[in-house]
Design a protein around this ligand. Structure first.
Ligand SMILES: [Zn+2]
Length: 236
């Protein structure tokens, strides 16, 4: 495992669903232009079905190019009728109700995971490589349940499989103003050389066109030079 711990990175693109398709396609084209060959796409199963033929065909095409698909929550929008802990309710406010799993009981969280898994099964995309909860909040509580369904599960600071827990910090700029994003990027460029872990750069639709894109490009190129891509399927 030493090899993986010291020489790998992951670049993810989250919030993939039919309505974000145009932005995602642009981001992928930009990332490829910057030299990225391996990407993990966080796809939200509850927002499409087998009737979305064009979207499914595009996902399959990306899979054929070697991109890996991860299940990203159920609908990426919290069901506000479900009971939640005080903390889970507070998190809805700061995440615009996107922290779908935050503060749920184990029973309700497990039910949502199964909705996701069973719906995905019908889509003909093969097995997803893993699961990542929207905004990551609440993910620490669902690792064991999610690992019953998928080979890998992400939290904000780690990647879990049945056999391995990897230290892995997610660098993400969702909802940050440009100055903060630029700062976070500078830290990520610094961090990628130092941290003994598998760092994740997690992008959201349109990130490669935001005004920090030149810095993002530099950061991505830095990652590519210093690290090898981590493939979930390789060591699962
Ligand atoms: Zn998301």
């Amino acid at each position: 495992m030493g090899k993986h711990r010291n020489s790998t990175y992951i670049i993810e693109l989250h919030d993939v669903w039919p309505a974000s398709m145009d932005k995602i396609a642009d981001d992928i084209a930009n990332l490829q232009d910057w030299g990225v060959q391996n990407l993990v796409l966080g796809v939200v199963p509850g927002l499409f079905s087998t009737e979305d033929g064009d979207f499914l065909a595009q996902l399959q095409q990306w899979q054929e190019q070697g991109f890996e698909l991860m299940v990203h929550g159920w609908k990426h929008q919290s069901d506000l009728d479900l009971p939640r802990s005080f903390c889970g309710r507070a998190l809805q406010k700061i995440t615009a109700n996107e922290a779908e799993f935050a503060g749920l009981s184990k029973k309700d969280a497990t039910k949502l995971l199964h909705h996701s898994y069973e719906h995905w099964e019908k889509l003909g995309l093969g097995q997803a490589v893993g699961f990542v909860a929207p905004t990551w909040w609440g993910s620490a509580n669902i690792v064991a349940e999610a690992l019953q369904l998928w080979p890998w599960v992400e939290s904000r600071f780690a990647l879990y499989s049945q056999d391995i827990n990897l230290s892995s910090i997610a660098f993400s700029f969702a909802g940050f103003p440009p100055q903060i994003s630029a700062l976070a990027l500078r830290i990520s460029m610094f961090g990628v050389g130092l941290i003994n872990s598998v760092p994740r750069l997690v992008l959201h639709p349109g990130d490669t066109k935001r005004n920090f894109a030149p810095l993002l490009r530099k950061s991505v190129e830095n990652w590519l030079v210093h690290r090898k891509a981590f493939k979930f399927n390789v060591i699962s």
